[in-house]
Write a protein of this length. Structure first.
Length: 497
C-alpha cells in the first residue's frame, strides 16, 4: 500500500482537549465550496422516439426528461401499481406544454419502449468502457471530492458527508407509500440556503443562477439546506460522521443516555406504580413506557394521515397491531406485535409481559375496533413532555440509546477475555452488536443498487432463455436430419449448462 506524502497525512484534531466556544456555538469559522449539482438534462437522439396511441410524438425537453424516468422503471413492479402510475401521470402532465397536455390524456396509450431500450444500451456502453475511460471518470470524481468534499472548521480540514445534490427522479418511498410515483423536482441554486462563516468567500453558484439565501449561523452544523418538494422536508448538507461537529452530537447523545442511568430505577418504579392508577391516561402512559423501556420501541412521530406510509411507533400503535395470549409456548401473559415501524421495517415479536401490563392491555382494547388507537389518551409529545419533567432533556429516544448501550456493555462483559487475540475480539464485538440489532429490530435495508442488480439478472435470464431456445432448435434440426452423434452430444451438453 502506497504511503501518503506527509502533506497529505490526515491531521487528527483533538477537539475534546480544547475549550468550549460557548453555549450553543458550534463553530467560530467555517469555509466550504458549496454543493455539486447533477448535470443538466441532455435531450435524447432524434432516432429514439416516444409514441402516443401508436403515433410518434416529439416531447418538449422537460416532458421528455420525466418520461425517461418512467421508461427506466418499466421492468420494475412500481409501474404496475395504480398509485404510482396515477401520481406519475399527474406530475408528468404538469411538466408538459399546453399542446402536449391536450394530446396526452391516457398513460395506457403511452409507449416508452424506445426510451427504455436506449437507456439500457447506454448502461451497457458504460460497462464496456476502456480502462483509460474509467480512470478518467475516477480522476474527475477525485477532483470533485478534493474541491467540494471538504470544509475548513475553525482552521481544521473536515470531511463533508454528502456534497452532491440528489438528481431529479420519481419518488418511491418505503412500503406502500401514498406518494410513490410523484416527481422529485430538480433542485436549483435558487432553492439552496448557504451557511458559511463571515468574512470568507461565499461559494459561487452555477452560471446564470443565484443562491436563495446566504447565512452565517454558527449555532447550526449544516453547510447548505433546501426543501424537497414531495414531503416538504428540509434536506441538509452535513459533515461526515467522523467530523468534530458530528462527533460532538454523538458524544452528547451518549452522555444523555449515561445520565439516564442515575434516574432509570426511579422512573421504572414510577411507571410500575402507574399500572394501577385510577387515571386511564397514566395507565396508558405507564404501559407505553414499559414497552419503550423493555423492547426499545421507538415512540413514533405524529404525522398527517395519507401523507406517509402506514408506519407506526409505540404511541401510535393500533388495536390491530397486537394480539394477546394468556398462555403461549409455555409462557404466560404473551403480547404478539406485528406492525410496520420506521422505514416500513416490519416488527414481529411475541413477548411475555408482567401481569398488570397484560390486564391493562385487555382493558385498553375492550370495545375498540381494529383501527382504533391502542393508547387513545397518549401521544409522543405528551409522553416526552412528561419524561422531560423527570430529567432535563429526557425523551423516549434516550431510553432506546440507553438500553442499546447497556445491552452492548453487558454482551462485551460476557464475551470478552483479557487474553483474546484481535480476531477473537472482533468476533466478540460483532456478536455483541448483533444482540443490540435484535433488541432494536435493526435489519439490513435493500441495497440502493438492488433494482439495477435485479435488472441485470433479468437480462441474463432472458439471454439464457434465448440461448436455450436456439440450441433446442439446432438440436431438433440436427436430430431430424440424422446428423452425426458428436453434434448431438455437443448440443445436449450445452443445453445442460
Amino acid at each position: 500500500r502506497k504511503k501518503k506524502p506527509e502533506d497529505e497525512e490526515e491531521h487528527i484534531w483533538k477537539w475534546w482537549e480544547e475549550e468550549s466556544p460557548g453555549e450553543g456555538i458550534k463553530w467560530k469559522t467555517l469555509e466550504h465550496n458549496g454543493p455539486v449539482f447533477p448535470p443538466d438534462y441532455e435531450p435524447l437522439p432524434k432516432n429514439v422516439r416516444f409514441y402516443y396511441d401508436g403515433k410518434h410524438f416529439e416531447l418538449s425537453p422537460e416532458a421528455e426528461e420525466v418520461a425517461g424516468f418512467y421508461a427506466r422503471m418499466l421492468d420494475h413492479d412500481y409501474t404496475s401499481k395504480e398509485v404510482f402510475n396515477k401520481n406519475f401521470f399527474k406530475d408528468w402532465r404538469r411538466t408538459m406544454t399546453e399542446k402536449e397536455r391536450e394530446l396526452i390524456t391516457d398513460l395506457k396509450k403511452c409507449n416508452f419502449r424506445e426510451l427504455d431500450e436506449y437507456y439500457k444500451q447506454q448502461s451497457e456502453l458504460r460497462k464496456q468502457m476502456t480502462k483509460e475511460e474509467k480512470q478518467l471518470i475516477k480522476q474527475k470524481n477525485e477532483e470533485a471530492v478534493n474541491k467540494y468534499g471538504y470544509c475548513i472548521v475553525d482552521g481544521h480540514k473536515q470531511k463533508i458527508g454528502n456534497f452532491r445534490i440528489e438528481p431529479p427522479g420519481l419518488f418511491r418511498g418505503r412500503g406502500e407509500h401514498p406518494k410513490m410515483g410523484k416527481l422529485k423536482k430538480r433542485v436549483q441554486p435558487e432553492d439552496i440556503i448557504i451557511n458559511i462563516g463571515e468574512k470568507v468567500k461565499v461559494p459561487t453558484p452555477p452560471a446564470g443562477h443565484k443562491w436563495k439565501e446566504v447565512r452565517h449561523d454558527n449555532t447550526v452544523t449544516w453547510l447548505a439546506s433546501w426543501t424537497e418538494n414531495i414531503m416538504g422536508n428540509v434536506k441538509y448538507i452535513m459533515l461526515n460522521p467522523s467530523s468534530k461537529l458530528k462527533s460532538i452530537k454523538d458524544w452528547q447523545k451518549y452522555e444523555k443516555a449515561r445520565e439516564l442511568k442515575k434516574y432509570v430505577d426511579k422512573i421504572r418504579s414510577d411507571y410500575r406504580n402507574d399500572f394501577k392508577s385510577r387515571e386511564m391516561m397514566k395507565r396508558q402512559r405507564a404501559v407505553a413506557l414499559y414497552f419503550i423501556d423493555k423492547l426499545a420501541l421507538r415512540a413514533g412521530n405524529e404525522k398527517e394521515e395519507g401523507e406517509t406510509a402506514d408506519t407506526v411507533g409505540c404511541c401510535s400503535l393500533r388495536v390491530e397491531h397486537i394480539s394477546l395470549n394468556a398462555e403461549k409456548d409455555g409462557k404466560q401473559y404473551v403480547v404478539n406485535f406485528d406492525f410496520l415501524g420506521k422505514d416500513s421495517i416490519r416488527y414481529v415479536n411475541s413477548v411475555s409481559v408482567e401481569k398488570r401490563v397484560f390486564k391493562n392491555l385487555k382493558h385498553f382494547i375492550a370495545d375498540k375496533s381494529p383501527g382504533d388507537d391502542l393508547f387513545d389518551r397518549l401521544n409522543t409529545s405528551s409522553l416526552n413532555k412528561y419524561l422531560n419533567s423527570l430529567m432535563d432533556g429526557l425523551t423516549a429516544k434516550v431510553f432506546r440509546t440507553y438500553n442499546a448501550s447497556n445491552t452492548l456493555q453487558q454482551q462485551l462483559n460476557e464475551l470478552t477475555k483479557p487474553d483474546m487475540t484481535m480476531p477473537e475480539k472482533i468476533l466478540a464485538y460483532n456478536r455483541a452488536n448483533r444482540a443490540v440489532a435484535l433488541l432494536c429490530n435493526h435489519q439490513k435495508s435493500i441495497s440502493k443498487t438492488h433494482d439495477k442488480q435485479m435488472e441485470n439478472l433479468d437480462g441474463k435470464i432472458k439471454d439464457k432463455k434465448t440461448q436455450i431456445k436456439e440450441l433446442k432448435k439446432q438440436y431438433k434440426e440436427s436430430k431430424g436430419s440424422g446428423g452425426d452423434s458428436g453434434a448431438k452430444e455437443k448440443y445436449e451438453k450445452k443445453l445442460k449448462t
